[in-house]
Design a protein around this ligand. Structure first.
Ligand code: COA
Length: 259
């Protein structure tokens, strides 16, 4: 499928989606949001794809929503814009296939929100994070007010949201916004290695871990534990569970089929 503002490449079961508007620091205009939606849908639907790596071309991951476009929006169209972006980002978050953001540079506004919608974030040493929307008289509209406190805690989230300050990768790591920091030159290989280590595991188990965390997060602990027990029971009936336990007993690597 031809894309204008992103690239999509499939190698060894890893779909690499690269936001590709480097002259505008990969700012998210309508077209980018729509293409990210098409890309994650096609990755989710394609049986050849095991997981998704998301990154940016040039010196930015994504420097936010496109401010030139934002300037044109009124109340009704801006709400619809936020909902469209939220919907696309949610499809990354709820993907049964693991999604890793390889944050190569600025992850500001919608860029930080997009990274947070991925399951895991790996940052290059030069990455910068922030939610500067208040500087524009706005608030984050792609989930930032909700995912940031869930990731880093309410106090730290409010500090970032209210000051609009930019933080470096080391600080993002310290507060739990990113999982790992690596030298810039190692970013894609580190993200690929982590994704490959996930893809070596039972795909149904991985998918159900993602679902249990996502669905269990905002319900009562009792409801969440019930979800977990049901998923555990379901996985216990799979061929992959039989293969995984048998391989352990036979002291060999498991070969999962996803069934
Ligand atoms: N929307 C639209 N265009 C953007 C953009 C955005 N969010 N972020 C950067 N750009 C464009 C710039 O306008 C510039 O375009 P131009 O060359 O046609 O003038 C180009 O990308 C390069 O950005 P520039 O500002 O010159 O780079 P810099 O290194 O001096 O500064 C940033 C980098 C990230 C600090 C700065 O671009 C910035 O503050 N961007 C906006 C971040 C933001 O507020 N995001 C949240 C939006 S809700």
């Amino acid at each position: 499928m031809p894309y204008d503002t992103i690239t999509f490449a499939l190698t060894d079961r890893i779909a690499t989606i690269t936001v590709n508007r480097p002259d505008k620091l990969n700012a998210l205009n309508d077209r980018v949001i729509a293409e990210l939606g098409e890309a994650i849908d096609s990755a989710r639907a394609n049986p050849e794809v095991g997981g998704v790596l998301l990154t940016g071309a040039g010196r930015a991951f994504v420097a936010g929503a496109d401010i030139v476009e934002l300037e044109q929006h009124g109340a009704v169209s801006a709400k619809a814009l936020a909902q469209r972006g939220q919907d696309v980002f949610r499809r990354f978050e709820t993907s049964p296939k693991p999604t890793i953001a390889a944050v190569n540079g600025f992850a500001l506004g919608g860029g930080c929100e997009l990274a947070m919608a991925c399951h895991i974030r790996i940052a290059s040493e030069s990455a910068k994070f922030g939610q500067p929307e208040v500087k524009l008289g706005l608030l984050p509209g792609y989930g930032g007010t909700q995912r940031l406190p869930r990731l880093v805690g309410k106090g730290r989230a409010l500090q970032l949201l209210l000051t609009g300050e930019m933080i470096d990768a080391a600080e993002a790591y310290r507060i739990g916004l990113v999982n790992r920091i690596v030298p810039a030159g190692d970013l894609l290989s580190a993200a690929t290695t982590m994704l490959q280590s996930i893809l070596a595991n039972g795909p149904l188990a991985v998918a159900h871990c993602i679902e249990a965390v996502n669905r269990g997060y905002d319900v009562t602990l009792d409801e969440a534990l019930a979800l977990e027990a049901t998923a555990f029971g379901l996985l216990a009936a799979t061929a992959d569970k039989r293969e995984g336990t048998r391989a352990f007993v036979e002291k060999r690597a498991a070969k999962f089929s996803g069934a």
